[in-house]
Design a protein around this ligand. Structure first.
Ligand code: URA
Length: 219
């Protein structure tokens, strides 16, 4: 699909989903579908809109978004080069954690966005996003910054091979200053991982360079 076709497909998808009676819609001001380059090599997936995002209908525009923008620019990219999305696309009251039923309700929208964009890397920001792509029971403190080559078989996710790069949520660094350099270091790995994917012409990762890369099968 060309970039224009992808943009059109994303617009159609968002129109369709914004019209649905989703459970958090009635308590939110605006839906926040996500934004960026429809042909992006990198998709960032956060948790869900906060107060600023709810007001503006755009992802990551508050304090955490300011830091995310800084991180993206630290690797020579601009926000409009990548695609920024969330698991949940309406703000949960009081910024509470999304409920499992809400995640189940909203993720088909995200999955379809990914199917259209076909990114080379999905960077998960925070626990909920990591668990959606890599499964439950993982510790973000142990696997952040490690590219995972996964074979996605779980129903609902676009089938096929995909590189997932789990990271801390930028908001975590707002109250834990020690995570700021950690996020910067993890972001600095993105160009290298992308280069490896491009060189190989596949989604395989050279184990010598990214020894932490693991092949996982999601059932
Ligand atoms: N936190 C998120 O997870 N997503 C946003 O869009 C903003 C803050």
């Amino acid at each position: 699909m060309t970039k224009q076709h992808k943009q059109k497909a994303l617009d159609t998808l968002n129109t369709e989903w914004l019209a649905k009676e989703l459970s958090l819609k009635s308590v939110a001001t605006n839906g926040v579908p996500g934004e960026g380059n429809p042909d992006a090599e990198i998709v960032f997936v956060g948790e869900g809109p906060g107060k600023d995002e709810d007001e503006q209908g755009r992802p990551f525009v508050g304090a955490a978004g300011k830091f995310l923008t800084e991180l993206i620019e630290s690797i020579g990219l601009r926000r409009q080069d990548v695609f920024i999305a969330n698991i949940i696309k309406h703000r949960a009251p009081g910024n509470r954690d999304p409920l499992p039923v809400e995640i189940e309700e909203y993720v088909p929208w995200l999955n379809k966005q990914i199917e259209i964009i076909q990114p080379k890397i999905i960077v998960t920001l925070g626990r909920f996003s990591m668990e959606h792509f890599l499964g439950d029971g993982l510790s973000i403190s142990k696997i952040h910054g490690e590219p995972k080559r996964v074979v996605i078989k779980r129903s609902g996710l676009p089938a096929g091979r995909q590189v997932i790069l789990p990271m801390y949520h930028p908001a975590a660094a707002l109250y834990r200053g020690d995570l700021r350099p950690v996020l910067h270091e993890d972001f600095a790995k993105i160009p290298k991982v992308l280069e490896l994917i491009n060189q190989a012409g596949t989604l395989a990762i050279d184990p010598e360079v990214a020894e932490a890369a693991a092949q996982q099968t999601l059932l």
